[in-house]
Ligand binder design. Structure first.
Ligand code: ADE
Ligand code: ZN
Length: 340
């Protein structure tokens, strides 16, 4: 095995852009459909896999929302999340910040509390069994009206202790961040940290809106910010973290060919970029696969990987002391790693 591959596999990692519903593997989708008596438009695992051919974000979202219909009970959410944490433990992930989409469930009659209790139980077990730390980020579905977002925020306020941040996802074009300025203002007043998907398919102006109107602490994706030199300068100056998802970008045609992916140029420009998996079941790989594929495609060297690995802890929502402890452990790992 190549030494850089060995390093990437063994490196302590943090994942900051991961939709828990996007970890639903075809096998689990079929098993949960059976367990819950849900009719899927797919006959078997192979048919599910065949549906995973996407031309755009919207193509993917149609399959993603259909897939999540099999998640019904707290146990389903527990099983889904704990399977992800178990995989991450095997990939030396120490810390995860996980998105969930309550509106994708409440719209089907699954209660907010059912979703949250399953996820929280899994995260607590992950901490107990694996020592893995975590935060939950509740996403607002941006294709739905502001009023639905407010109702979802109200539910989150009842569970303030378990939800760290608010995020924004789903169909980007035509649904700019400013659509949710008032929701985010209320969320920030309630003590939630703000993040948002922006610049995945949408223009650089959406990234500016996320920063200015929503006052986000991190941009999810943000690829298209790279088209605007003034915005890049601002994000470098302010060291705004960006959660980049290479395999997602490839599968959703945000960047058809990873050899042309902007990650390396972003890193060289001084942007605070991180590597993440987004929806690993749908996009063909978890965090380690994302590191390995982008490292190969862009010929990243060991210093690039070390920078990307450190950036994830720097960009996380761990508190200052936890961050320092994680970074010290990371640096110690690098120092002791045998490059021979
Ligand atoms: N929901 C799940 N994954 C997403 C992505 N990559 N972009 C927008 N919404 C999403
Ligand atoms: Zn995402």
């Amino acid at each position: 095995m190549n030494v850089l591959t060995r390093f990437i596999e063994a490196m302590p990692k943090a994942e900051l852009h991961l939709h828990i519903e996007g970890t639903l593997e075809p096998e689990m989708m079929i098993a949960l459909a059976e367990r819950n008596g849900i009719q899927l438009p797919y006959a078997d695992v192979e048919a599910v896999r065949r549906a995973f051919a996407f031309g755009s974000l919207q193509d993917f979202l149609d399959v993603y929302y259909a897939g999540m219909s099999v998640l019904v009970t707290s146990r389903d959410f527990f099983d889904l999340a704990f399977a992800y944490l178990t995989r991450m433990h095997a990939q030396n992930v120490q810390h995860v910040e996980i998105f969930f989409d309550p509106q994708g469930h409440t719209a089907r009659g699954v209660s907010f509390d059912t979703v949250l209790s399953g996820l929280v139980d899994a995260l607590e077990r992950g901490k107990r069994d694996y020592g893995m730390t975590s935060k939950l980020i509740m996403c607002i579905l941006r294709h739905l009206p502001e009023e639905d977002a407010f109702a979802t925020l109200k539910a989150a306020c009842r569970c303030r202790d378990h939800i760290f941040a608010i995020g924004l996802d789903s169909s980007e074009m035509g649904h700019p961040p400013s659509k949710f300025s008032r929701v985010y203002r209320e969320a920030r007043e309630q003590g939630f940290v703000a993040v948002a998907h922006a610049g995945e398919e949408g223009p650089p102006s959406y990234v500016c809106e996320a920063l200015d109107d929503l006052q986000v602490k991190r941009i999810d994706h943000g690829n298209r910010a790279f088209e605007d030199a003034d915005l890049v300068q601002r994000m470098v100056r302010d060291q705004v973290p960006m959660t980049i998802c290479p395999l997602s970008n490839k599968r959703l045609q945000v960047c058809p060919d990873l050899t042309h992916h902007p990650l390396k140029r972003m890193l060289r420009a001084g942007l605070l970029v991180t590597v993440n998996s987004d929806d690993p079941s749908y996009f063909g790989g978890y965090i380690t696969d994302n590191f390995l594929e982008i490292a190969g495609a862009l010929e990243l060297d060991r210093n690039d990987i070390i920078q990307l690995g450190r950036n994830a802890f720097v960009s996380s929502f761990l508190n200052d002391q936890e961050k320092q402890t994680s970074l010290d452990a990371f640096d110690q790992f690098v120092e002791r790693f045998s490059w021979k």
